[in-house]
Design a protein around this ligand. Structure first.
Ligand code: FES
Ligand code: FES
Length: 185
């Protein structure tokens, strides 16, 4: 039976140290600022609010999806300071001062990110519910020290589940982009 695990590159911010938590706005909220898709956003929320709920319910960025809400499916994947994280496992207030990128921040209809274009080209989705998370993981993956094989990609993407079973085409899309990526050497 395959092991389910979260890739090492994913981190939670629930216990991120060295954050300057601002004074509570009142007895039940905490005020903090995060930069989301290049725009500074100051929020006053219950300190238990997850980054996922802050994005969806308070900033109305609904491209990031809630699947399990328990760190098991990867549908909620976003980037925090350039690293992919499960936003359902992060407290929003713990991201004070951080830079967050969501699916709305990587491309537009008229100017798709190369991975978005590759997912379209390779049929890397069916219902699309997992696709935002798959794409955010894939965008981070291409800059991670991942081995060259399809199995390496599968391992690195193992935290992102697809109930439609589009895995083969997702790997194909990622490998197509990796093959065209200019060498950093
Ligand atoms: S909703 Fe976050 S991992 Fe499933
Ligand atoms: S495309 Fe339907 S869950 Fe992945």
């Amino acid at each position: 039976m395959p092991q389910r695990h979260t890739p090492q590159s994913k981190t939670t911010h629930a216990d991120t140290p060295n954050k300057t938590r601002r004074a509570k706005a009142d007895d039940s909220t905490v005020t903090f600022t995060i930069t989301v898709n290049g725009r500074a956003q100051t929020l006053s929320l219950d300190p238990r609010t997850t980054l996922l709920d802050a994005l969806r319910e308070h900033l109305h960025l609904t491209g990031t999806k809630k699947g399990c809400d328990h760190g098991q499916c990867g549908a909620c994947t976003v980037h925090v300071n350039g690293r992919r994280v499960n936003s359902c496992l992060c407290f929003a207030a713990a991201c004070d001062g951080d830079t967050v990128t969501t699916i709305e921040g990587i491309g537009e209809v008229e100017a798709l990110h190369p991975l978005q274009a590759a997912f379209v080209e390779c049929d890397g989705y069916q219902c699309g519910y997992c696709t935002a998370g798959q794409l955010m993981s894939a965008v981070a993956l291409v800059d991670e020290p991942i081995g060259p094989s399809d199995d390496d990609v599968r391992e690195a993407m193992s935290g992102n589940l697809c109930r439609c079973g589009a895995y083969q085409n997702i790997v194909g899309a990622i490998q197509a982009v990796r093959a065209n990526k200019p060498s950093s050497k």
